[in-house]
Design a protein around this ligand. Structure first.
Ligand SMILES: [Zn+2]
Ligand SMILES: [Zn+2]
Length: 193
C-alpha cells in the first residue's frame, strides 16, 4: 500500500481538488484494505475487491481512487443512503468490513483545530491526524454477492415488453408473466414530456 500522502495526491488529481472528504475517503479505503489484508488493489489484487459506497460525495471519488473500484468496472456499488459509509468485500476470502465515519469526529475536528478558520480546513487537518478509532467505526459483515453482481459477469440481455429497451444483469421485473424494465414497472425517475 502507498502512504496517505501519495494516495491523497492521486485522489486530488482524480477529484479535481483536495478537501476534507478526500482525506476521509482515502483513510476509510486504506483502513478497509488493511483489514482485509489487500495491499495491491490496483495490481495483483485488482480483481479481489468490490466496494459498496453509501454516499455520492467527495469521499466516494477518493475511495474509488484508492481501491480502484469504479462504477464502470462494476466493482463499485452505489447505495444512495446518504451515509458516510462503505463496505469493502474481498471476493477471494469472502470477508467484508463495513466502515462508517463517526458523527463525533466532526466535533473532535473542531476541538483539534480551533485555530483554523473554516470547517473544511479544520476537518482536513484533523482527519489526517485523528486516531483511527476516533474517526471510524468498523464492523465485520457478510455480503451476498450473486454472480450477476460480479465485475466480470457476462450479461445476457432481455427486452422490456413495454418500452422495448434492453436490460442487462437480471434487472428486469416479471409482472403478470410480462418482462418489464424498472422504469415501466413503476420506479421511473423521469416523466416523458
Ligand atoms: Zn471534494
Ligand atoms: Zn420498459
Amino acid at each position: 500500500m502507498k502512504s496517505l500522502d501519495e494516495y491523497l495526491r492521486e485522489a486530488e488529481q482524480i477529484h479535481g481538488h483536495i478537501c476534507a472528504g478526500q482525506v476521509l475517503g482515502v483513510r476509510m479505503a486504506m483502513l478497509g484494505l488493511e483489514k482485509l489484508g489487500i495491499d495491491d488493489p490496483l495490481g495483483k489484487d485488482r480483481k479481489r475487491l468490490v466496494t459498496f459506497v453509501e454516499i455520492d460525495r467527495c469521499a466516494t471519488d477518493a475511495i474509488s481512487a484508492v481501491t480502484g473500484c469504479r462504477l464502470g468496472k462494476r466493482a463499485l456499488k452505489f447505495r444512495d443512503w446518504g451515509k458516510m459509509a462503505a463496505t469493502f468485500i474481498d471476493l477471494q476470502s469472502g470477508k467484508a468490513i463495513r466502515i462508517v465515519a463517526k458523527e463525533s469526529s466532526k466535533q473532535l475536528a473542531r476541538e483539534m483545530h480551533p485555530e483554523l478558520p473554516t470547517k473544511n480546513q479544520q476537518q482536513m487537518a484533523a482527519y489526517r491526524e485523528m486516531k483511527v478509532d476516533d474517526l471510524f467505526a468498523t464492523q465485520w459483515v457478510k455480503v451476498v454477492v450473486p454472480p450477476e453482481e460480479f465485475p466480470g459477469y457476462r450479461a445476457e440481455r432481455i427486452v422490456c415488453a413495454e418500452c422495448g429497451e434492453g436490460i442487462s444483469f437480471h434487472r428486469e421485473i416479471i409482472r403478470d408473466g410480462r418482462v418489464l424494465c424498472q422504469g415501466c414497472a413503476g420506479s421511473r425517475y423521469y416523466e416523458p414530456l
